[in-house]
Design a protein around this ligand. Sequence first.
Ligand SMILES: C[S@@+](CC[C@H](N)C(=O)[O-])C[C@H]1O[C@@H](n2cnc3c(N)ncnc32)[C@H](O)[C@@H]1O
Length: 295
Amino acid sequence: MLAQSTSVRLLFTSLVSSLGRETATRELRWMKQALTVPGSPGTLPAMMQRRLRGEPLQYILGTTPFGPLDLLTRPPTLIPRPETEDWTLRLADMLTPTSARPLSVLDLCTGSGCIPLLLCHLWPPGSTRAYGVDISQDAIRLAVDNAVRCNIPSFGPLSLTQSSQNVFVPLLGDIRDPNLFKRVLPPFDVITANPPYIPKREYDKLSVSVKNYEDPVALLGDLPGEEPRDGLTFYRLIAQILRQKGMLRDGAIVALEVGHTQANAVEGILKSVGLRNTQVWKDPWDVERVVLAHA
Ligand SMILES: C[S@@+](CC[C@H](N)C(=O)[O-])C[C@H]1O[C@@H](n2cnc3c(N)ncnc32)[C@H](O)[C@@H]1O
């Protein structure tokens, strides 16, 4: 016991040097709290050592808040970010589905399932049927586990017949695969995506905490060996999906998260496939973060 408290003290001194006293104190409190939950992630010294090696706190704690939800986080699936939480809450406020007029949602590049799960949680029971597509098996497993954690059923196929609950179906698939869309039931009222969008040259400059732990496939907007290198590849792929006949219901909303310099170009890509009334939303840090458009 004495040995452990000495090692915690020493590790805390190192955490203060690397994170600053305020952050180190706050993180230590969260680690201690995480240890009080059944199935907690190891011992306090082990958690502190992982943090000192640069591992993101959310992977060490095993969960992260996302609106009112507390979602599971596991490497290498992308940790949901506060900017994504912000626009998903705004989108949820903007629309008012009901069980009599349910909305059908498709979330491309779903990762942990954070976006559709938050919509399913906030909208009234029986008003939402959502799919989440991701190429990563780890991500789909996590999305299924998160659906269970949030008490949202995640079985399909989904029909638009009335249901008393909201439903979220995670699907393993590549958005480049045309056959993928035979497994979902269009038309959609809402299509959301936070796709990989970081250009390779920016990715190379990201912190070790991101590059050593989060899946590069979740971040890199440039596909290996392909031109151009502007990080916009996924928006062009999504535009091809949106233009498919019958994919969008009349008046449907598309909401795409973008990188800090990409809003203008993404607006252009969406307009080029016939979407209209585009808008750009800024995030709480005043960065252009989401492009919205209507069918
Ligand atoms: C930026 S992360 C977003 C995850 C989640 N939506 C969020 O906001 O936290 C992008 C996700 O796209 C997935 N992805 C990458 N390429 C894909 C592809 N070709 N088809 C489907 N999903 C893909 C990655 O596995 C990753 O989970």
